[in-house]
Ligand binder design. Structure first.
Ligand code: 2AM
Ligand code: CA
Length: 293
C-alpha cells in the first residue's frame, strides 16, 4: 500500500517538474528571471529555517526584525536582477532604492516576507518580487521555499501556482468564509478600531487566519485557500507581487473605502468581487472612520 502511494508521489513530482519546465520556457522573460532570483533566495531561507545559531537578528524598529539571511537573500536577488537588467532600478525592503533611479522599470523586493516567522522557526514565509513599469505592476512572483510553491503572474496572462492556473474562491458571502488578516501590532494607535472591525468579522464569517506573511495571504486568496483578506499599514514590497497575482486570479484589491488608495496607504481589503463587497460592508467606514487612519 505504502509503495503504491510513494510511486504516485514520485510520478506527481516528476510530472509537476516537467510541466513547470515547459511553462517556465514559455514564460515572460522578466518573470523567468524573477522566478530564478526567488528560487536562489528561497534556497537560502530553506537551508537556514530552524537553524537559529546560523544567523544574527537585529531589531530595526520595535518588533520589526531583520536577519543576516534577509540581507543575503536581498543581495542574491538584486545581483540576479541587475545582472540581466542593468538599467533597471530596485526598491528593496532592506536596501531602499538601488540601480538606475531614472529607469521606467522598478523591481519591488521583499527578500523574506514573514521575517518574524523565519526568526521563530515557523515554516511560513516567502520571497516576493514584482516588476513595475511606469508604476504599473507587470510581473509578480511569490515563492514559499518550504512548500516549494511558486505563485506567478504577468499582467493580462492569468495567475499560476507551480505552472497550474489558479482562481479565487467562488464563495459569495461571509457565511462559511475563511478570512486572512493581521493585527496592526506596529501601529498600536490603530488597534481599537481594528479590534472593533475584528469582532464584526468574526461574528459574520466561519473563522479567521493570521499567518504572518502578507504576500502569501494574498496568494492564498488568489488560489481559493482564503475567501478574503484584509490588513492595514503594509509596505509596497509586502503586497506588490501578491496584488498582481490576486487580480490575475480574478480577485479585487481595494482600500477600506473600496477605492485604489491602497497602493499608497497599504490598507488592503481583497477577495472575489462579491466577497470584497461583503467585507467592505462589514468595515462600514461611515460607522468606523478610525479604520481609515
Ligand atoms: P515582513 O516579514 O517582511 O516584515 C505580517 O502581518 C506582515 O506585515 C508581513 O508581511 C510583514 O512583512 C509585514 N510587516 C512587517 N513589518 C512591517 C512594517 N513595519 N510595516 C508594514 N508591514 C510590515
Ligand atoms: Ca521582509
Amino acid at each position: 500500500m505504502h509503495e503504491v502511494f510513494s510511486d504516485i508521489r514520485v510520478y506527481e513530482t516528476l510530472r509537476d517538474a516537467m510541466l513547470f519546465d515547459k511553462w517556465n520556457l514559455k514564460m515572460h522573460p522578466m518573470l523567468n528571471i524573477a522566478a530564478r532570483a526567488a528560487r536562489s533566495a528561497g534556497n537560502l531561507i530553506a537551508r537556514n529555517l530552524g537553524q537559529q545559531g546560523s544567523f544574527e537578528v537585529e531589531e530595526k524598529n520595535k518588533d520589526d526584525l531583520v536577519t543576516t539571511i534577509d540581507k543575503q537573500c536581498e543581495k542574491v536577488i538584486i545581483d540576479t536582477l541587475l545582472k540581466s537588467y542593468r538599467d533597471h532600478s530596485v526598491l528593496a525592503e532592506e536596501s531602499g532604492v538601488v540601480g538606475n533611479p531614472d529607469s521606467e522599470y522598478q523591481w519591488v523586493i521583499d527578500p523574506i516576507d514573514g521575517t518574524t516567522n523565519f526568526v521563530k522557526g515557523i515554516a511560513h514565509c516567502a520571497v516576493s518580487i514584482a516588476l513595475r513599469h511606469n508604476g504599473k505592476t507587470e510581473v509578480g512572483v511569490v515563492f514559499d521555499p518550504m512548500l516549494n510553491e511558486m505563485f506567478t503572474a504577468a499582467r493580462g496572462e492569468g495567475a499560476f501556482l507551480n505552472g497550474h492556473r489558479i482562481r479565487v474562491s467562488p464563495r459569495d458571502s461571509l457565511d462559511g468564509a475563511i478570512i486572512g488578516t493581521a493585527f496592526p501590532t506596529r501601529y498600536r494607535d490603530r488597534m481599537p478600531a481594528y479590534l472593533e472591525l475584528f469582532s464584526r468579522l468574526i461574528a459574520n464569517c466561519a473563522d479567521v487566519r493570521r499567518m504572518g506573511s502578507a504576500s502569501l495571504d494574498l496568494c492564498y486568496v488568489a488560489c481559493g485557500r482564503f475567501d478574503g483578506y484584509l490588513e492595514q499599514g503594509l509596505k509596497p514590497w509586502d503586497f506588490a507581487a501578491g496584488d498582481l497575482i490576486l487580480r490575475e486570479a480574478g480577485g479585487i484589491v481595494s482600500d477600506f473605502m473600496g477605492e485604489t488608495g491602497y497602493v499608497k496607504s497599504g490598507n488592503l481589503v481583497s477577495g472575489n468581487p462579491k466577497m470584497l463587497r461583503a467585507l467592505l460592508k462589514i468595515c462600514d467606514v461611515q460607522n468606523l472612520p478610525a479604520i481609515l487612519k
